[in-house]
Ligand binder design. Structure first.
Ligand code: CA
Length: 228
């Protein structure tokens, strides 16, 4: 059974989450503030955390840092629509994904399932699966090759590296800062124009309609998401 820790101070949201999660056979613990949440996490070892960023006693980002001190548990953030800085900060602190309030329960549950699936240990043989297929192209992570319509697509090392980071985080938002640091290096983080340029190149090479991308999705002000 999957154990979820819900950290949220709005009673209606907690109630809706608890009812929906229990109906789907999740085990649920709820905390109304950050201090209780950190204690519960240590005591109960949840499989996934749903965290509201606006808590009465501390910033939700502090809760993420507290958790990341000792656990890799997936953290799904609930955030108000207007605060994109806050979401970026949460992702950089180690959150895995976010859902914007007001959220649809179906969307939240889908994100939750995806976060849990990504965190599951890779079984024997599964780590050999290194090919990602879309309707448009196939990425072979082991051979470092991309095939589109039966032909190899020529990518520069930087384009490849960017593609690789996004594909390895398939379905998940990767922040601009994380992409810049993984592809260009730790001293980068604000050169978002690099990302725009290289993402345009990837789309031109791999998307059927580069101006309406289906696979390399921009999350404005936040980062990018690969959808297979
Ligand atoms: Ca709140």
């Amino acid at each position: 059974m999957t154990r979820v820790l819900v950290i949220e101070d709005e009673p209606q949201i907690v109630r809706a989450l608890v009812i929906n999660l229990k109906a789907r056979k999740y085990e649920v613990d709820a905390a109304h503030d950050g201090a209780t949440a950190l204690q519960l996490a240590a005591a109960r070892h949840p499989d996934v955390v749903v965290l509201d960023l606006g808590l009465p006693d501390m910033d939700g980002v502090e809760v993420i840092r507290g958790l990341r001190g000792w656990t890799r548990v997936p953290i799904l953030v609930l955030s108000a629509r207007h605060s994109s800085d806050e979401k970026v900060e949460a992702l950089d602190a180690g959150a895995d994904d976010y859902v914007t309030k007001p959220f649809g329960m179906d969307e939240l549950l889908a994100r939750l399932r995806a976060a849990v699936r990504r965190a599951e240990p890779v079984g024997p043989g599964e780590d050999d699966v290194t090919t990602v297929e879309t309707d448009e192209f196939t990425v072979d992570l082991a051979a470092k090759k991309v095939n589109r319509g039966g032909k190899d697509v020529r990518l520069t090392p930087t384009e490849w590296h960017l593609l690789e980071v996004l594909v390895r985080n398939s379905g998940r938002l990767v922040s601009q800062k994380q992409l810049l640091q993984e592809v260009w290096g730790p001293s980068y983080g604000t050169e978002t124009n690099y990302l725009r340029v290289y993402m345009a190149q990837l789309r031109r090479k791999l998307e059927a309609d580069p101006s309406h991308p289906k696979h390399f999705i921009t999350e404005p002000g936040m980062g990018y998401r690969f959808e297979g």
